[in-house]
Design a protein around this ligand. Structure first.
Ligand SMILES: [Zn+2]
Ligand SMILES: [Zn+2]
Length: 443
């Protein structure tokens, strides 16, 4: 049992059971980036029953991306995996009108409820995807001992099943009490947070320019039961770096070769020699180093993956500029060519002071002791909600990132990842109180 460090507030057992039921329902069927067909369908059906207007599938994507026929045109992923997952789910639910709209990987949705009383537009983001991790069957793992482990080869090993359930429980509360609220509520259920940056794809939807307030959230992360009102993340750029040289016989005519492997080796050591930056934290790493030549052939092709992270977009850009210089210099020295093919990108977003302050009030209202609340904190991970937060902030709104800290039982993306399920109800409660605070502040 975890120590109940957080609030003294009485937990409503009925509400807790419902949000836990939802979490366990989604936990059993994790779907990977842009294949969240079943998950999206489940969410749509739940919200339709609550009176939300739902934008999803091709209709959702077409305004921002009018000519795109398949999600693989927008995101770095394998189109076949998307199509195979679609074939699988449509064989289980034939002729399903929800699913038909999502063919090609157009998953996720945006649900809106309008109080029809003028007031602020408040948005929330919940990510819905799982990871390609085989879940632990150990009896010490709560989903295993309570019989709700994943039914497939994927796993909700980052808590996005929890985020989805918080979103639905909040949606229910908003719809039940809409006559006491003002303004408009926008619930964003975002696909593909893990990897191909669904947040970047979604950020192009015009709705983010209409939000006065916006909150994204995550459970876990801190490995302790405490709350951060304005969490920020590292900016990240990743690439495949490819050196192209000339093959040659290693003994007969080595002088005719242009050694890509040697250039790549030199590049790796010199990239790690790039200076740190005095403005803040930076990180870099290399992986997936390959050259297919046998030892009797001078390597004509070598590649590796490179990841750069910085506390600000400027620090990340600094690392990127320096890495480009290093790679170009080495290519020149070894007489080879080099290219950097982008793999992924996360940006840093500022937490809007207005949103953080309202959130702090909401967390206090929920009964969380002040010593367990932090206003701002940096975590060395990355998150694609930042693309949407930047759109909101740029358009004059105020966006922030809430962390519902909890133990993680092995850490994120681990086969035994889990979190304290009662944090889900705190999540719903805090977001609900945030809405009250926004409504009051705009009166
Ligand atoms: Zn994750
Ligand atoms: Zn996550």
């Amino acid at each position: 049992m975890t120590d109940r460090i957080l609030p003294t507030k009485d937990i409503d057992q009925g509400e807790l059971e419902e949000v836990v039921r939802l979490r366990r329902h989604f936990h059993q069927r994790p779907e990977l980036a842009f294949t969240e067909f079943w998950t999206t369908r489940e969410i749509c059906q739940y919200l339709q029953g609550l009176g939300y207007s739902i934008q999803y599938g091709k209709d959702l994507y077409k305004n921002a991306y009018p000519s795109v026929q398949h999600i693989s045109e927008l995101a770095a992923l394998d189109a076949n995996l998307v199509d195979e997952a679609y074939a699988q789910v449509t064989s289980e639910y034939p002729n399903d009108p929800w699913l038909e709209q999502m063919q090609g990987g157009f998953t996720g949705l945006i649900a809106t409820l309008d109080s029809e009383v003028s007031g602020p537009t408040v948005g929330f983001r919940f990510d819905i995807d799982g990871l390609p991790i085989k879940e632990s069957a150990e009896s010490s793992h709560l989903p295993s001992s309570n019989s709700f482990t994943s039914s497939n080869e994927n796993m909700h090993a980052c808590g996005h099943d929890g985020h989805t359930s918080i979103g639905l429980a909040l949606a229910k509360q908003i719809s039940e009490q809409i006559d006491q609220l003002t303004g408009r509520f926008v619930l964003v259920f975002q696909p593909a947070e893990e990897g191909p940056s669904g947040g970047k794809v979604f950020a192009q939807f015009s709705v983010f320019q209409q939000l006065d307030y916006f909150v994204a959230l995550h459970v876990g992360i801190l490995d302790a039961r405490r709350i951060v009102c304005g969490l920020s993340f590292l900016s990240l750029k990743s690439f495949t770096v490819r050196f192209k040289g000339t093959n040659a016989h290693a003994a007969v005519s080595p002088e005719l070769g242009r050694n890509a492997l040697l250039a790549a080796c030199s590049a790796v050591t010199n990239i790690f020699a790039i200076s740190r930056h005095s403005d803040g934290v930076s990180r870099m790493n290399v992986g997936q180093f390959h050259s297919d030549n046998p030892a009797n052939v001078i390597s004509g092709l070598a590649e590796f993956e490179l990841e750069l992270r910085g506390q600000s977009n400027e620090i990340c850009d600094f690392l990127y500029q320096r890495a480009q210089d290093v790679l170009q210099g080495i290519a020149l020295a070894y007489g080879v060519e080099v290219e950097m093919e982008p793999l992924g990108e996360y940006v840093m977003a500022e937490n809007g002071a207005a949103s953080v302050q309202l959130m702090k009030q909401a967390v206090l209202d929920a009964g969380v002791p002040e010593e367990l609340i932090t206003d701002y904190e940096l975590t060395p991970g990355s998150e694609d909600a930042t693309f949407m937060m930047n759109e909101v902030n740029r358009s004059g709104g105020s966006a922030s990132y809430l962390c519902l800290g909890s133990q993680t039982f092995g850490g994120h993306h681990h086969p035994e990842f889990n979190f304290d399920e009662d944090m889900l109800l705190y999540g719903v409660d805090i977001l609900w109180r945030y809405i009250q605070r926004v409504n009051e502040s705009e009166k």
